[in-house]
Design a protein around this ligand. Sequence first.
Ligand code: NAP
Ligand code: ZN
Length: 350
Amino acid sequence: MLTRAFGAHAADKPLEAIEIFRREPGANDVQIEIAYCGVCHSDLHTVRSEWAGTLYPCVPGHEIVGHVTAVGSAVDKFKVGDTVGVGCMVDSCQSCYACADGLEQYCEHGFTGTYNGKTPDAPGHTLGGYSQSITVRDKFVVKVSHPAEKLAAVAPLLCAGITLWSPLKHWNTGPGKKVGIVGIGGLGHMGVKLARALGAHVVAFTTSESKRQDAVALGAHEVVVSRNAEEMQAHANSFDLIVDTVAVSHDLNSFINLLKRDGTLTLVGAPEHPHPSPMVFPLIMKRRSIAGSTIGSIAETQEMLDFCAEHGIVSEIEMIKVQDIETAYARMLKSDVKYRFVIDSKTLAA
Ligand code: NAP
Ligand code: ZN
């Protein structure tokens, strides 16, 4: 089936309307009409080939919500009309140690990304959610139980939400823990909301003075403008966990110094260029750790969505037409997003 999409033909070319192929649903497939798709910074990194290896045409988008339009004969978990989501993965080997542990995001063979992943479907690589429809293996589809009018604001949970939920849970965020979130963008604003809902004492770190009030409204108990050394120093040796979502290379030492003994700085931001190597002594003298984390499993994604539905948590969004995607990317590069752009997929028909 042909479907309308928005994608780029090269790293230096703008996104434009294109037609792409979607397979007819096989026995285990779910066909989804996409209602909304969030705009992640990874879309921008990929479409401009900042991480290298982007295959073209590139159709980004891995924060997908919509409705089931058809299911394969072996699918019993979903039916036509269900409200569902698809995040960053559409497949994995299902047999390695990671998949056996239910951690498909760490599949030993590499999970199949929702875009730029290998697939037998034309054109040989996956094409993402800036499109009218998508066909996905049932195991990689999750159920959305938020009220219908919140659907657009649910889309960013599928990447931004789960990418913060997974490390927050893994490092035991909860009452009695002090948790920092660095970078109040798409990922970071979800981190503040989720860490707060999980019961931690939450500190937001931003480079944007203008986000101070917003960060409190999002749920931060305290806000630190990270360019201000005195404000930073006031939190020295006090954090159990700091999650860093920043999309550009930067100094990590100033955050490592804020960890208490045995504290962890977890990197989820994936900049084009590496961070400068941090100092060794601040790590060894307090047994501090630097870690990384990628998205979250399908089971964790369902758990996070259900938690968010129960607690009334959604993303703060600005809805855009797909035709405005280049302007949205330009604003994202200026940290001028409050706090996630979401594409209204109806505009693909225009
Ligand atoms: P985003 O909306 O652009 O947010 C990034 C935030 O970083 C900005 O809003 C800004 O917050 C801060 N920032 C920007 N420039 C900065 C600078 N020069 N110095 C310090 N802080 C700066 O991006 P996003 O969609 O949240 O994605 C963030 C990163 O995570 C990207 O690299 C993305 O590819 C990556 N990512 C990783 C995973 C994973 O699985 N690990 C998943 C999704 C995305 P302030 O204005 O508050 O400073
Ligand atoms: Zn993403």
